[in-house]
Design a protein. Structure first.
Length: 107
């Protein structure tokens, strides 16, 4: 999910790859996956609306995270969000969980 959030914010494949410590080719490969492209569109909209409604954006992130889970792939990625976490922290934790799910499915 980190990749989706960074791309939604306008970062390049190269800068996303550097941030996530993967190759730019890996990010490029993700960007060719239909489920990733659909997730990116939804995350872009959620990032834009997050300034207004962080809870709605978080719900979109969680739904995208579920959609990126490969079928029959060992169950969901569990993300623990501490009580009282800021919306920004919650988004980051969800983003990390989705990134783990995407990496599992694309390896």
């Amino acid at each position: 999910m980190d990749a989706l959030v960074l791309l939604a914010q306008g970062c390049s494949f190269r800068s996303v790859a550097a941030e996530l410590e993967v190759s730019a080719g890996t990010v490029s490969r993700w960007a060719k996956e239909p489920v990733f492209v659909a997730g990116l569109a939804r995350v872009k909209a959620a990032v834009a609306s997050a300034r207004v409604d962080a809870d709605a954006a978080l719900a979109v992130f969680e739904e995208v995270a579920r959609s990126l889970e490969p079928p029959g792939h060992g169950g969901p990625v569990v993300v623990s969000i501490p009580a009282g976490a800021s919306p920004r922290r919650a988004r980051k934790l969800v983003a990390q969980g989705v990134a783990r799910a995407v990496e599992r499915g694309l390896q």
